[in-house]
Design a protein around this ligand. Structure first.
Ligand code: ZN
Length: 245
């Protein structure tokens, strides 16, 4: 492949796409704004690896929702970063009870995960001539993960731009909104059909459960990720009912 010297295109974006609710909403956001949208996923030995298997179906589902989205949706890659499992002992990468540590952070925190993801994504974007990265990081109702904070992401974008001598922008459309607003954003981008696709096809549960179907989708219903998704869905639905009344 000889695309090393591809000039950066303002019309292209690379979305960090895990197969969850947030990154799927980000992908729809990018498809409604950029002419070419590529996706990248990361396999780091996560327990909820099942989310990676949702990606192809979600991409196909998004393409079915809109002819222009189908046209814009570009290549997809999965990058294996198994070293994360080797250097971190967390409840996301090993079979352990999810709990909160003394510093207030849940043991699902994988130190530096988003920093690594953004570095790999930028290296790929460099080669693909893409300046705009899009990620679902969110500071609003996150679990306190310091690598989701706006300040971290901005500093990271600067470090990547300096370190690769290319201007990178990291877009985080969910940074200042909560989970209910994320559902509303999906509705505004792709209507009820996109909301349905996200409910049915995305994966959020930390334990990788897909056995039970709730109104908000599949999961265990008990882990922090499921609880956050369920609470957001309730709030979103309550807002809809008020809007209709
Ligand atoms: Zn769960």
């Amino acid at each position: 492949m000889n695309d090393e010297l591809a000039p950066q295109s303002p019309a292209a974006a690379l979305v960090l796409f895990s197969g969850g609710q947030d990154s799927t909403t980000c992908l729809a956001w990018a498809l409604s704004r950029y002419e070419r949208v590529e996706t990248v996923g990361f396999d780091y030995g996560q327990r909820h690896r099942v989310e990676l298997t949702r990606r192809a179906g979600l991409r196909a589902g998004l393409a079915r929702l809109s002819p222009s989205w189908a046209e814009r949706l570009g290549e997809d890659r999965t990058i294996s970063i198994e070293a994360i499992g080797a250097i971190s002992e967390t409840a996301l990468t090993r079979d352990a009870e999810i709990a909160f540590a003394a510093d207030g952070l849940p043991n699902t925190f994988v130190p530096g995960r988003n920093l690594l993801f953004l570095t790999f994504a930028a290296a790929l974007a460099y080669r693909r001539g893409i300046a705009d990265l899009v990620g679902g990081m969110c500071e609003t109702d996150y679990s306190g993960y310091p690598d989701c904070r706006d300040q971290t992401i901005r500093a990271m974008a600067q470090a990547l731009s300096l370190g690769m001598d290319r201007g990178f922008t990291v877009h985080t459309p969910l940074m200042w909104i909560d989970k209910a607003e994320t559902w509303r954003l999906a509705e505004s981008l792709g209507g009820a059909a996109l909301v349905r696709l996200i409910v049915e096809e995305t994966h959020t549960c930390y334990l990788g459960e897909r056995g039970r179907r709730f109104d908000w989708g599949y999961g265990c219903g008990e882990c922090p990720a499921c609880k956050l998704r369920a609470a957001g869905w309730e709030k979103y639905r309550a807002g809809q009912t008020r809007a209709i009344a």
